[in-house]
Design a protein around this ligand. Structure first.
Ligand SMILES: Nc1ncnc2c1ncn2[C@@H]1O[C@H](COP(=O)(O)OP(=O)(O)OP(=O)(O)O)[C@@H](O)[C@H]1O
Length: 453
């Protein structure tokens, strides 16, 4: 939903006349239609008459405070976003207010440029996105996923995820690429007490080392070349909600040290600043790497591992839960037809057989892609074997499998024959090599390779 087709109306509520007037002037200069109210009561009566988009309200006010006002607004006008304005001493209350549906909070005395950015964000539509999060309707639509399973191991994972969601503990999700770690992280967030707040994913693999730190911790203007503006990091963005560190195994060691500090102290320091900003987040991490191996190789810190993995769960690869394939295949066919406006009336028996027996090294992502592509490429409502290049590749694979078998056969025959000759020659290597028609060195190599004793 774009809101910039009509004037964006902001209501400033503060019992301090000077402050609300200054804010009104700044907002007017930025092109907003700003009005003021001196109390929560006045604000509510103005809200009844004028359709405001955003309310900026002071937290501490006589009569009705900012949180009370927020509750009243969310009761009757859920679409109106609210930013809480607060002093340093009352940040905790502002955080509580965010849990009750405030969009964010702004500390009096901070640079108003930050506040303007936040307001712009709301105007540009992110507010609408957030509104979904803070309202009854969830952005993560369970109907978009198959979270029922016939597989014992995955059933257990879902059960643990559901129970762990209610707590605040750090969760580590393991599993091969494409098994649905991201989906499970969102599932946990949506079942937690933080569901109304943000779910902030960070793909740690996607950033160069320095950039990852700035992404996570934020930076001050001029903190490094290219830091043209002050920027909040993802820890701050996840305040009150859930931070999801995807591919956590790819975080460089130096960043891991800093990460550990934030996880332990729940305070973040933007790059180029000494100020410690309190952050309240729930941490979910995921990786497709073998972290035990990474720790042994000196690429992952053991202390970080223990911090992030109070509860660990591993999603099984799709090839080991083939009993779920029929439901998943059906789901992705339905979804793709709807999304691409196509109707599939006939699917080749060979295609079905292939989809049910293929091993999916790319897991659910691969299954989803194969089906989506076949639906997009389908003609006259039919899906043919030729629409699935994976089937052709597999035919080629048949040849490779045969080659492996031949190699095994050769190994078997050679091992037995070498053993016989060695016995016949009383384990004399020179004599055995002569009979076999190979050099001493070649025979040594074969004895080692075939582990002949
Ligand atoms: N249970 C599910 N139901 C429907 N779709 C799913 C399910 N699990 C995963 N998917 C889909 O499969 C794709 C891969 O899922 P996801 O990104 O969660 O995997 P991942 O394990 O996090 O992968 P990576 O390790 O590459 O980050 C996504 O498009 C996702 O929507």
């Amino acid at each position: 939903m774009k809101r910039d087709s009509r004037p964006f109306r902001v209501l400033i509520v503060d019992d301090e006349r000077e402050y609300r007037e200054v804010l009104r002037l700044i907002l007017a200069e930025e092109g907003y239609l700003a009005e003021t109210a001196a109390s929560g009561f006045e604000a509510l009566s103005k809200l009844k008459m004028v359709p405001f988009d955003l309310v900026l309200t002071d937290l501490m006010m006589a009569g009705m405070d900012g949180v009370e006002l927020l509750k009243n607004i969310k009761k009757s006008q859920r679409r109106v976003d609210v930013i809480i304005i607060t002093g340093y001493g009352t940040i905790e209350n502002a955080v509580e207010a965010m849990k009750k549906g405030a969009y964010s909070y702004f500390i009096k005395g901070n640079d108003p440029v930050d506040l303007m950015k936040e307001i712009n964000e709301i105007r540009n539509g992110k507010g609408a996105e957030h509104e979904q999060k803070s309202g009854q309707k969830s952005e993560f639509d369970l109907a978009q996923f198959v979270l029922e399973t016939k597989n014992k191991q995955f059933k257990r994972v879902l059960d643990i995820a559901g129970r762990a969601a209610e707590s605040n503990v750090n969760i580590l999700i393991l599993g091969e690429t494409g098994v649905g770690k991201d989906v499970l992280a969102q599932f946990i967030h949506e079942h937690s007490g933080r569901a109304r707040m943000r779910f902030v994913p960070v793909n740690c693999q996607a950033y160069a080392e320095g950039l990852l730190e700035s992404e996570l911790f934020g930076h001050e203007k001029g903190a490094f070349t290219g830091a043209l503006e002050r920027r909040k990091g993802r820890f701050e963005a996840a305040h009150g909600g859930t931070l999801f560190l995807d591919e956590v195994g790819d975080i460089p060691l130096t960043t891991q040290v800093k990460l550990l500090r934030v996880i332990e102290n729940k305070k973040v320091e933007r790059i180029g600043s000494n100020e410690l900003i309190p952050v309240d987040f729930r941490l979910i991490s995921a990786t497709s790497k073998d972290l035990a191996h990474e720790i042994l190789a000196g690429r992952f810190r053991e202390d970080v591992f223990y911090r992030i993995s109070t509860i660990t769960m591993e999603i099984p690869p799709l090839r080991s839960r083939k009993e779920d394939l029929p439901a998943l295949i059906d789901f992705f066919f339905q979804k793709s037809q709807k999304e691409h406006g196509k109707e599939i009336r006939k699917i080749d028996a060979g295609v079905k057989e292939f989809l049910l027996s293929y091993d999916y090294p790319g897991n659910i992502r691969e299954l989803k892609n194969i089906i989506e592509r076949s639906v997009v490429l389908s003609q006259r409502g039919e899906i043919l074997c030729t629409d699935l290049p994976e089937m052709e590749e597999r035919k080629g694979d048949g040849g490779r499998n045969q080659a492996i078998k031949l190699k095994e056969m050769r190994r078997h025959v050679e091992t037995n024959y070498i053993k016989q000759v060695l016995g016949f020659c009383n384990h004399n290597i020179t004599e055995s090599a002569r009979i076999l028609g190979i050099s001493r060195r070649q025979l040594f190599n074969k004895i080692t390779e075939y582990k002949i004793r």
